[in-house]
Each structure stands twice: as C-alpha cells, then as structure tokens.
Design a protein around this ligand. Structure first.
Ligand code: COA
Length: 330
C-alpha cells in the first residue's frame, strides 16, 4: 500500500541571538523567571526586513538537499505560518518563485503552532492518493516583529522566537512512513490566544484606536493555554498511536511543538514516559510556532535520537485552539 514519508528535513534560524539577559534590558523580567517558567534561555530574532518567507525558503533548500532532491522535483508546496510576509498572497507562491519551481500549486496553512502537522497531513493525503510525488512542507515564522518588547507585553515577549523548518514528503511502501494523524480544533477558545488585527470586520482593516491599544499584536491567556495543552498533547499522542496500532512503549521519540519546557515535562509525566523520550530544544529557540516541530525533528535526527525504522510521534497544540498529532515509522 502506498504511504508517504519524510525523505528530507532541514531548518534555518536567523543569526541574531537574543538572550534572556538582552530582554532584561528592555522590560521588567529576569533570566531566572524565564528559565523557571518556560525553560527558555535564548531565541533568534530576524534583523532588518527579513520575512518568514525568507527563512522558509532557506529551510526548504536545506530539506531538499537532505532528501537529495532538486527544485525541479517538487510538484507541490505547503507553507504553514501565522506570520506571512503579507496578508495576501500567502508565502507559498514566494517559495515557488524563489526556488524557481515549475508553476506548481502552493497552499498556505494558518493553524498556528499546529500548522506544520496540519500541513504534513495534507501532504500525506495528496501523496497517498497518487496526486503528487514530491511535496515541500514548510513551517516558518517571524514572531519578533509582533512582540511588545516592553513590560506590558512581557508574558508573550519572552516566549517567542523566529525560525523555519521544512520537510520533503515522498511516496514509500508500507510499513514505513506516515502511519496515522489526527487533527482537532475548539473555536470556543479562539480568543485565548489570538491576534485580532488587521481585521476584515473593521473598515480600513485597523483603526488608530486599535493601534494605540496594540491590538495588532498577539495576546494570550497563558494559564488557559497551559491547562489545555497539557491535556490535549497526551490525548492526541494516544489517539495517533492507537490509530497506527502501536503502543507508547514502542515509540523511540516524541517530538512535540516547543511551547514551553514545563508543558513538555508535564506531557512526559502524564504519559508516564521518561523525560528523555520527549524531545525538547526550546531552551535555544523559544517557541517558533509552525517552525518548532521541523526544527526539533531535524535536531533530534541529527543528534541520533531516532534512526531509520524507529517509531516517531509528532504532536502540536496552539492557537485556535487547534491541536494535531502524527505517528510515523522513520
Ligand atoms: N517576567 C517576569 N514576570 C512575568 C513575566 C515575565 N516575562 N510574565 C508574567 N510575569 C508575571 C505576571 O505579571 C504575574 O505577576 P503577578 O503575580 O504580580 O500578577 C506573575 O508573573 C505570574 O504570572 P502568570 O501568568 O500566573 O505566570 P504563569 O506561571 O502562568 O506563567 C506563562 C506564565 C506564560 C509562562 C505560562 O502561563 C505558560 O507557559 N503558558 C503557556 C504559554 C504557551 O505555551 N503559549 C504558546 C502556546 S503554543
């Protein structure tokens, strides 16, 4: 039976490193508070007018090289981001142009922190139905330009970072490759983690009053996010494993969206797995939203945390709320 698999991965982060101490100079916070509550020590921020498409394009180049594929092999692009260069068109077409792809389709996904897993599920479906044979899946974000780097915005500002990751998805024969995935949402909680402007509800898309109130920047109810994340992550991990006919004991590594180290630790505890079975690199990148899973997956693979034939589970939770999981045999 036709399956799809990730045949190449790669990531790219901007050069500029911003430490917790750098943030201490901008707002009333401390390295100790940030490390204790989030596990984050540093993140990368873009400089100049670099957009999420630029980061995504570089990550895509690396994933293609890793897969041993050339740009001419790509027959579809899926770009997951909450921070596109423009309101429209989406970043996908910018990848098509920058990589010199044929006039292939380019789809944009906006499911925030779950965007990469949502995008991967679409790639899997297209490949399994025999429609495409080499799909480029990208997750990239520039969060830094949307953060209030003053004390007013400190709850969000210390969490997020910029970066990009990408995967090449190609056909394979079972039992390798993507075995199952699950996608969920709960819009009743949409306003617990959101960015309301610019908005099509507003004539002119944004008002001076909205700008003064900084409503064009993301806002979050951290406790509500934390509570839901620690429930939904284990739930969706169990769900995709059951759908794939496997158990937690068989899993080599869980690669969750990097939201907060305390969330990752709570997920390991609730699942009853040792902490080393849940990959975490948020310490060095912060939360890079749609980019965090492909960045983490690449680092985990490069560190030898899983090998060919191993069972790997991805899981994500974020704005929407939307959450998702995917089980694969690498
Ligand atoms: N530095 C110092 N103090 C800060 C701070 C910062 N960066 N951010 C908030 N605080 C303060 C608060 O103002 C509050 O002060 P008060 O008690 O005087 O009112 C205190 O710290 C506690 O705030 P609280 O929000 O209750 O802290 P918390 O333990 O819930 O931790 C988060 C806050 C954001 C770290 C935590 O809720 C979290 O990680 N939530 C999930 C966020 C997430 O993952 N988002 C992305 C989803 S994909």
């Amino acid at each position: 039976m036709l399956h799809s698999r990730i045949s190449g991965i790669g990531f790219h982060v901007p050069d500029r490193v911003v430490t917790n101490h750098d943030l201490e100079a901008l707002m009333d916070t401390s390295d100790a508070w940030i490390v204790e509550r989030t596990g984050i020590r540093q993140r990368h921020f873009v400089a100049g007018d670099v957009g999420s498409s630029d980061l995504g394009i570089e990550a895509a180049r690396r994933a293609l090289a890793d897969a041993g594929r050339a740009a001419r092999d790509v027959d579809f692009v899926i770009f997951a981001t909450t921070t596109p260069d423009w309101m429209f068109p989406g970043n996908g077409v910018l990848v098509q142009q920058a990589l010199g792809l044929d006039t292939v389709g380019a789809l944009d996904v906006r499911n925030a922190c779950s965007g990469f897993v949502y995008a991967l599920s679409v790639a899997d479906a297209f490949v399994r139905m025999g429609r495409y044979r080499c799909v480029l899946v990208i997750g990239a974000e520039v969060q830094s330009t949307g953060l209030d780097l003053s004390t007013d915005g400190r709850d969000m500002a210390v969490l997020f970072g910029d970066g990009a990751g990408a995967a090449v998805v190609e056909p394979t024969e079972a039992p390798r490759g993507i075995l199952s995935w699950a996608l969920h949402s709960e819009g009743a909680l949409a306003r617990e983690l959101w960015c309301e402007a610019p908005s099509s509800r507003v004539p002119g898309r944004i008002t001076t009053e909205m700008l003064e109130q900084r409503r064009q920047l993301p806002r979050m109810n951290g406790r509500q996010v934390f509570k839901n994340a620690t429930t939904r992550f284990p739930e969706v991990i169990h769900e995709v494993l059951a759908a794939a006919g496997h158990t937690l004991e068989e899993v080599a590594l869980i690669v969750p969206h990097q939201a907060n180290q305390r969330i990752g630790d709570a997920v390991a505890q609730r699942l009853g797995v040792p902490p080393e079975k849940v990959f975490q690199n948020i310490e060095r990148y912060g939360n890079t939203t749609a980019a965090s899973i492909p960045i983490a997956l690449t680092e985990a693979r490069d560190q030898g945390r899983f090998r060919d034939g191993d069972l790997v589970v991805l899981a994500a939770f974020g704005a929407g709320f939307a959450w998702a999981g995917c089980a694969m045999r690498w």
